[in-house]
Design a protein around this ligand. Sequence first.
Ligand code: HEM
Length: 254
Amino acid sequence: MALATRTDPERPAQKGPRQRPEPPRKPARRPSLIGSVWRSTVGKKAVMAVTGLVMLAYLAAHMFGNLKIFFGPGEFNHYAHWLRVIGEPALHYEWFLWLVRVALVASVVLHGVAAYQLSRRDLAARPRKYARRRQGASYATRTMRWGGVILGLFVVWHILDLTTLTVNERAEPGHPYQNVVATFSTWYGNTIYIVAMLALGAHIRHGLWSAIQTLGAGRPHRDRALKIASTAVAVVLAGGFISVPIGVMTGVVS
Ligand code: HEM
């Protein structure tokens, strides 16, 4: 008698050893909005634009604050003290400064990581030979990458110089005016700051323009005006910062 075997018409006949039934699959998780934005190229560009604008706002405030140095040690040192007591008594001593520091560190990290990942994506999207020789990166892209690296290194030096006073030989805690004068009384202090400020100007000029385009505010009919405005912001900021070492070098600030 022939043995009757029941076969499931929906299942293919099993070959070889019997397979274990698959464990029930977890329902696929919907990707979070933040995760999806971060993974997309346009999302990373938006993160770069927003964090760049946060840093630009800080730099504008910092540059205008620095100009107080032209009003003498009393006013500049008082301003440096005021930065630490903003928000008192609601906020404790230096709390506001710490909030700004946290926002800045978060912006720097997000800006740098997004820039690195975008440049890796850019290279991966090119044919191999082309990617190896790095010919594809435009002049502006290369300037932005190297400018960003220079500025990152500068900020580390700057904090060691005027915040922790580690590398500033003649610095005294609690005397920011005298510490700035000490920095710009050395040839290397002037060189480091002026080179970094020029890199900052170039970075802001192109970065601000790109941020405006990424955030959708660019229009063909106002391209020229936006380019001029980005250049003007870059010149005012870099020029304002550079006026301090020039002031010390020329004896206007002493
Ligand atoms: C000539 C140019 C500059 C001068 C004279 C200057 C001066 C100073 C001084 C005196 C401080 C210490 C403030 C204090 O502790 O009371 C400081 C802190 C700082 N500056 Fe500048 N600065 C200059 C340019 C820049 C630039 C271009 C950047 C960024 C690209 C920058 C970023 C910072 C940061 C992140 C701090 C640390 C703030 C903190 O957490 O205490 N500075 N600067």
